[in-house]
Design a binder for this molecule. Structure first.
Ligand code: DLL
Length: 454
């Protein structure tokens, strides 16, 4: 698939075989290259239909709209979406398990459940069509990074209640890749399979890929030299450009960002081969960026909290759902030719911001600072506690093998250097503890790097 430009699309001739046709379908230039004004019209039509349906057939949405004094007739253009009330995670919890479903139960063909670290879990239901659109979104995304027939895609996201495994599984099969459903865990076996089966692409969390690289190294396997692994589809947790550089330079794997949430369906949208923002399928999801405090739209191109409306979902629609992820809408055109809206890398969540001694600290800022220091490895942990009435922040940092020394003085110097960098970027003092390579915990699924015991 690699090498196809958007201009090459849909050159379906009588000679095009059935398999090729099925795959080319996922280049959907009618939608992906649609002029912005046309896309807006399409989104408006979809929104209008959705709002009428929900107002007429679902008690939750009906009551919400009435309470907010809005009727479907008030939605006269796409921007009128702002008249509709926001939805929050709490709404999903309050209506657990299925009060937000808008189809009869016997039309629901799949459930996924989010683990819910705080409070009740949340349930997401899918109709046949919901699964179709989810797979289509992923298939378009995988195609945009050149994964298709001939690729062996190892899916190392968790299979089960989490959406990562099954989502990428069906997306991978749809584009004609050979899917290896290895799920999480058993890392040595995963390295062996990469070698034995000629795996060319892997989908997993960035932390798992780093871990896999270390395990491979310990087994004497150089992923760059000894395997065919060339692409990684990484997401489900925040990661940084420095981590991308590490993966690409040291493991020899092209790393692409993939984004999604269980409320939207699961993993859905990726960067294209340009690696310049995540393309959002505008016919499937409408994105707004708002100020997290006021809920008002931010200035064009500014960062804020993402609010999503799923335009085609049937079993459990989402209107103006406050995702809490912080990003921005990119305004420039992508060199790949797709006109679909793009969001920048997620820089954190409005609800994972730590307030330490009155100062706002995003874990992503800590990672950004650490990864720019050449002696620092890929693993770190952040501990926040309260000593008396004062907040204390400690950052444990793994040092690279070559930078580690048993000379106390040298280590003291490095510790002071890292503390000074953190102070410069975060504006607060964080105590740094240096750790030897391999000392900090590794993660197979989503990494949990922040422990706040206050
Ligand atoms: O993590 C779905 C997923 C699976 C996405 C596999 C990508 C790959 P949830 O468990 O509902 O769903 O968690 C969603 O994870 O709101 C973000 O805070 C975070 N997240 C997901 N992808 C990224 C990413 C899946 N690429 C929550 N960068 C979201 C940063 C991400 N954060």
């Amino acid at each position: 698939m690699k090498g196809l430009a958007v201009s090459d699309l849909f050159i379906l001739t009588e000679d095009t075989d059935a398999h090729q046709q099925r795959v080319i379908m996922y280049w959907n230039p009618r939608i992906e290259c649609m002029p912005t004004e046309e896309l807006k019209k399409l989104q408006y039509r979809e929104l209008k239909e959705l709002v009428y349906k929900l107002y007429s057939f679902n008690k939750f949405y009906h009551d919400r709209m009435v309470a907010n004094g809005v009727h479907p007739d008030d939605i006269c253009c796409l921007e009128d979406i702002r008249k509709l009330p926001f939805m929050y995670k709490q709404d999903l919890r309050d209506n657990y398990p299925d009060k937000l479903f808008t189809v009869p139960k016997n039309e629901v063909v799949r459930y996924h459940v989010s683990s819910g670290t705080t409070g009740k879990p949340t349930l997401v239901g899918y109709t046949q069509n919901d699964l179709k659109y989810w797979t289509e979104a992923l298939a378009r995304s995988l195609t945009s990074i050149g994964i298709g027939p001939g690729d062996v895609l190892q899916v190392s996201y968790g299979y089960g209640l989490f959406t990562g495994g099954l989502g990428l599984h069906y997306g991978g099969e749809a584009v004609g890749a050979t899917v290896l459903p290895s799920s999480t865990g058993n890392t040595q076996r995963q390295v062996e399979l990469i070698q034995d089966l000629g795996v060319t692409a892997i989908a997993c969390t960035p932390s798992f890929l780093i871990h896999l690289g270390e395990v491979a190294q310990a087994m004497g396997v150089d992923l760059k030299r000894d395997t065919k692994l060339k692409k990684a589809v990484l997401g489900a947790e925040p990661w940084s450009e420095s981590m991308r550089a590490h993966i690409q330079n040291n493991l020899g794997i092209d790393a692409y960002d993939i984004y999604g949430t269980s409320e939207q369906a699961g993993p859905m949208f990726t960067e294209c081969e340009e690696k310049n923002g995540i393309h959002i399928a505008g016919d499937i999801m409408y994105v707004e960026i708002v100020d997290p405090d006021t809920g008002e739209p931010v200035e064009k191109g500014d960062k804020g909290e993402m609010v999503v409306t799923m335009l085609q979902k049937e079993a459990m629609p989402m209107i103006r759902y406050r995702v809490r992820d912080i990003t921005y809408l990119m305004e420039d055109e992508c060199a790949c030719g797709r006109t679909s809206p793009r969001i920048g890398r997620i820089s954190g969540r409005s609800d994972d911001m730590l307030i330490v001694r009155g100062i706002n600290v995003f874990p992503s800022q800590v990672e950004y600072t650490l990864m720019r220091i050449p002696e620092v490895g890929q693993q770190y942990m952040i501990y926040v506690s309260r000593e008396g009435s004062l907040d204390e922040m400690t950052v444990q940092v793994e040092i690279k093998e070559e930078a580690f020394s048993d000379k106390v003085e040298e280590m003291q110097k490095l510790k002071a250097k890292i503390e000074a960098e953190l102070k410069k970027y975060l504006n607060i003092y964080a105590k740094v503890e240096l750790k030897a390579p391999g000392e900090l915990p590794r993660f197979e699924g989503k990494a949990k790097r922040v422990i706040d015991t206050r």
